[in-house]
Ligand binder design. Structure first.
Ligand SMILES: [Zn+2]
Length: 277
């Protein structure tokens, strides 16, 4: 991207740059006003060495701060003190009937913001500084990593078998978009799934490296997706395809563990899917 040289800054750009700098200084001042142990926790964002290491930072900081909170002594006699003021801003909940925040969930929600609960001002400053620091330090590395992953995927798409899951769908790699936490089948498992599909009346269609598993009848075509372990998924497409705003397909699945009456199970689910148009 073209970057303006300093002498090309418009007055508005210069004002934005100055305000940004002042905002940074104001946030730093908020953190500098905190006691040493708290300041150390709030500035620990600087020790995150990679983008991945930042994912859990907010939660870890909130947990460390909750540990530092001093429980209020005036709980009912004999009960465990279970409320505390925020160790950062010293505020409590907005309720007129209770002091401090409930430990630990009430305080956690104050520190992190939650639904209608506005985030603690001090924590807000720390989180903004953390995000800014991470963006500056990891932006280039993250972009390079994403570009590398895209390139690897393109490379695989040029050589590996691909699977088409619908009449107008782009073909996918064996492990592409199979769902979070699901693994692709190995060749032996895939062969097993293909046999199951042919027992259900599916045809394996291969156009070069692109495979699809289909079963069609009047008014619809079913595409099977046997790529992931655990179950075979099916997409039912109505033919002809509905116009722009119609539903594109209905789906259902058959678990690998199911062994009996598969044809009946398949047909029952197919009828139910077809009725969803
Ligand atoms: Zn607070």
């Amino acid at each position: 991207m073209h970057k303006k040289r300093p002498q090309e800054l418009t007055p508005a750009d210069a004002t934005i740059a100055r305000l940004r700098d002042e905002l940074y200084q104001a946030r730093r001042t908020i953190l500098d006003l905190m006691p040493g142990d708290i300041r150390e926790i709030l500035t620990s964002y600087y020790h995150c060495e990679t983008s991945k290491a930042t994912y859990t930072w907010d939660d870890e900081v909130a947990a460390a701060l909750i540990d530092l909170a001093k429980p209020l002594p005036n709980a009912a006699p004999g009960s465990i003190p279970n409320r505390a003021y925020c160790p950062l801003c010293q505020r409590g909940s907005s309720s007129p009937y209770a002091e401090g925040f409930a430990l630990t969930e009430g305080l956690r929600r104050h520190l992190l913001g939650w639904g209608d609960v506005q985030r603690c001002d001090v924590m807000d400053a720390a989180i903004a500084l953390a995000r800014e620091s991470w963006r500056r330090r990891f932006e280039a590395a993250d972009a390079a990593e994403a570009a590398k992953e895209r390139e690897q995927k393109e490379q695989r798409k040029r050589t590996e078998n691909l699977y088409r899951l619908g009449p107008n769908e782009d073909p996918l790699l064996i492990d592409e978009s199979v769902g979070y936490g699901r693994a692709a089948r190995d060749p032996t498992q895939l062969m097993w799934a293909e046999q199951r599909l042919s027992a259900l009346g599916f045809q394996v269609v291969a156009e070069g490296r692109i495979k699809s598993y289909t079963q069609s009848d009047k008014g619809f075509v079913v595409y099977a997706d046997p790529r992931a372990e655990g179950e075979i998924s099916f997409r039912v497409y109505w033919m002809p395809q509905p116009k722009k705003f119609g539903r594109r397909y209905a789906q259902f699945s058959l678990k690998d563990a199911w062994k009996h009456d598969l044809v009946t199970k398949y047909k029952t689910r197919l009828v139910a899917a077809l009725s969803q148009q």
